[in-house]
Design a protein around this ligand. Structure first.
Ligand code: BEZ
Ligand code: MG
Length: 574
């Protein structure tokens, strides 16, 4: 018997409200920069609280401290925090909100009154054993002290005088708090240590989530994926991107007697429990320079999978290689190339410059530029041989593209590099596979290994940053440079339209309303930096002109007027 209609619609309404709540909390909890970093200046109070909370949300086995969120959740009898993250019921959300609130309150109290007060509060409110929470606050205390100082100016002065600068690891504070104090000589990573055990572990969860997400939306897992690997990302995460590639292929790293990762071995299909995924890797110039040994390892992994005696439907690498050879267009050697980068000594895709300079007429030009720049094959004594046909053929079977976002500080609209790489490869796939790939990203630092589609990520970045008064007021506080930063966010967002058609029309409309149609705001921008203000308006008009949004006629008219006023102002006519 079917349930009464109003009961169903009430359930439907509750589900929608919960979904909306999840979105709002997601935007609220997103760590965002509230202004630019000023060289030599230590972080402020608010920034410090946000960072400490993020640090406390992870286990820190190196100092015996567990994640505060787990301590609180377990002490309240709610089980591991991980479970609350995945529980999408109202009860789950309420439980999670309660834990988050306890953590927020105790970190704030810690900042005002210190460790003893914070431990006491946690014991009273949630029953957390002070012996456990003390370890966390002792760590937070050390970090807070280091965040309150900046060694940057002193470090720079020492370097300029040719003096010794103490070394320090390169990472994100949340990922590895021992990057503090600042101002040290950042060292990278030992490529033979990549991927670390932790990176391989985490990559397993991300890959499972990624494939599940694709299955849910496309009915099956992708047979071939394009991956973007960056150097800094793999330094910070000890090779999480590399580990993801191995996991997708169904391979595991092996360590030699010196604990160096020099070999890989296949995970048998019955252990893997799914088909392998073919991966086309485009790596940055920085990655190529730093991770020579890793490129060899990845190339070796692909060739090993191509030679496994397994059915085509479970081993698309072998199937793809055999199909290319059967077409008579290339050798098996050529057909198994999967690691591509720039020519030796060259960096970047230049797709960002083509977009920013409005230098393209047909969208194919962006994909073609990507391939021209990135078609140099690495691995097995290749050292960057040009292989345009091989990259084009490899891309022709790609169904999904993916990249890690490696830090809380820099997201996909903060810099032009995400769209030049991930957007660029997506455009190149569109050109060679004849269809647009699904595009995914994940936060390397999130607790829940969450995978988002590109349009979801663009919406989140837009709401958490570009349209968020907390973000833009922070930027405007920096005057000239702050306006340039706002303009650059709009242009980077535009880059996602140009390369992947991943931006909803409302994004441009709200940007127009926030920065141009609001006369007071436009006047502020124009006074602080008329050049960037003009570029922002021009970009909105270009987005409309290229059909990335359908603006109301009245809005276009006002944008044109604003553009012409800004021109006059810059030329001194007004
Ligand atoms: C990298 O870490 O490889 C990278 C950084 C910035 C832009 C492009 C690549
Ligand atoms: Mg740059």
């Amino acid at each position: 018997m079917s349930r009464p209609r109003d009961e169903q619609s009430k359930e439907e309404r509750d589900r929608r409200v919960l979904e909306l709540w999840e979105r709002v909390v997601e935007v609220e909890q997103r760590l965002i920069p509230t202004g630019l970093h000023v060289f030599g200046r230590a972080s402020g109070e608010r920034e410090c609280a946000d960072l400490l909370r993020a640090v406390a949300s992870f286990d820190r086995p190196e100092c015996g401290a567990r994640a505060l969120h787990d301590l609180v959740s377990e002490a309240l009898g709610l089980g591991p925090y991980e479970r609350l993250i995945t529980d999408k019921t109202e009860a789950g959300w309420r439980a999670r909100a309660r834990v988050d609130e306890e953590v927020r309150a105790c970190v704030e109290l810690f900042l005002r009154e210190g460790t003893a007060a914070a431990c006491e509060l946690l014991q009273k409110e949630s029953g957390v054993d002070p012996a456990e929470s003390r370890k966390v606050f002792e760590l937070l205390g050390r970090i807070r002290e280091q965040l309150g100082t900046s060694g940057e100016l002193e470090g720079l002065a020492r370097a300029l005088r040719g003096e010794y600068v103490e070394p320090g690891p390169g990472a994100d504070i949340v990922q590895n708090p021992s990057v503090l104090p600042t101002g040290r000589n950042t060292h990278a990573v030992n490529p033979y240590a990549v991927p670390s055990h932790t990176a391989y572990e985490r990559a397993g969860r991300v890959v499972d989530t990624l494939l599940a997400r694709h299955r849910a939306e496309h009915g099956r897992q992708p047979r071939t994926m394009a991956l973007v690997l960056w150097g800094l990302d793999n330094i910070k995460t000890q090779g999480e991107g590399v580990a993801q590639a191995l996991r997708l292929l169904g391979m595991r790293p092996l360590r030699d007697s010196l604990n160096r990762v020099t070999e890989v071995e296949p995970i048998p299909l019955d252990q893997l429990g799914r088909a392998r995924v073919d991966v086309v890797m485009t790596v940055s110039g920085i990655f190529r320079d730093l991770f020579g040994a890793t490129m060899l390892l990845l190339d070796k992994a692909v060739r090993c999978v191509a030679e496994l005696d397994e059915p085509d439907e479970l081993n698309p690498v072998r199937a793809n290689v055999r199909a290319r050879v059967a077409e008579g267009v290339c050798t098996a050697e050529e057909a198994s190339l999967r690691v591509f980068s720039n020519a030796p000594g060259s960096y970047g895709t230049n797709v960002n410059f083509m977009v920013m300079d409005s230098q393209w007429e047909s969208a194919d030009a962006l994909g073609d530029l990507f391939v021209t720049r990135k078609c140099f094959a690495y691995g097995r004594a290749l050292e960057g041989r040009e292989a345009k046909g091989a990259l084009s053929r490899a891309l022709s079977s790609v169904e999904a593209a993916y990249q890690n976002v490696d830090s809380f500080e820099i997201g996909i609209t903060d810099v032009d590099h995400y769209f030049e790489y991930l957007g660029g490869v997506s455009k190149a796939v569109e050109r060679h596979a004849g269809g647009r790939p699904a595009v995914y990203l994940s936060d390397a630092l999130s607790r829940d290994a969450r995978v988002r589609t590109l349009p979801e990520m663009v919406r989140l970045e837009t709401r958490a940053k570009t349209l968020n008064p907390k973000w833009y007021e922070g930027m405007l506080g920096h005057g000239f440079r702050g306006v340039a930063e706002i303009e650059s966010h709009v242009t980077n967002t535009f880059g996602w339209s140009a390369t992947a058609d991943a931006v909803d029309g409302w994004v441009y409309e709200e940007v127009a309303r926030t920065y141009v149609l609001d006369e007071q705001m436009l006047e502020r921008l124009a006074r602080l930096n008329p050049h960037s203000a003009r570029s922002l308006v021009a970009r909105l008009l270009e987005a409309e002109g290229r059909g990335f949004w359908e603006a109301e006629a009245g809005i276009v008219e006002r944008l044109r007027e604003a553009f012409s006023d800004l021109e006059d102002r810059i030329e001194g006519v007004a």
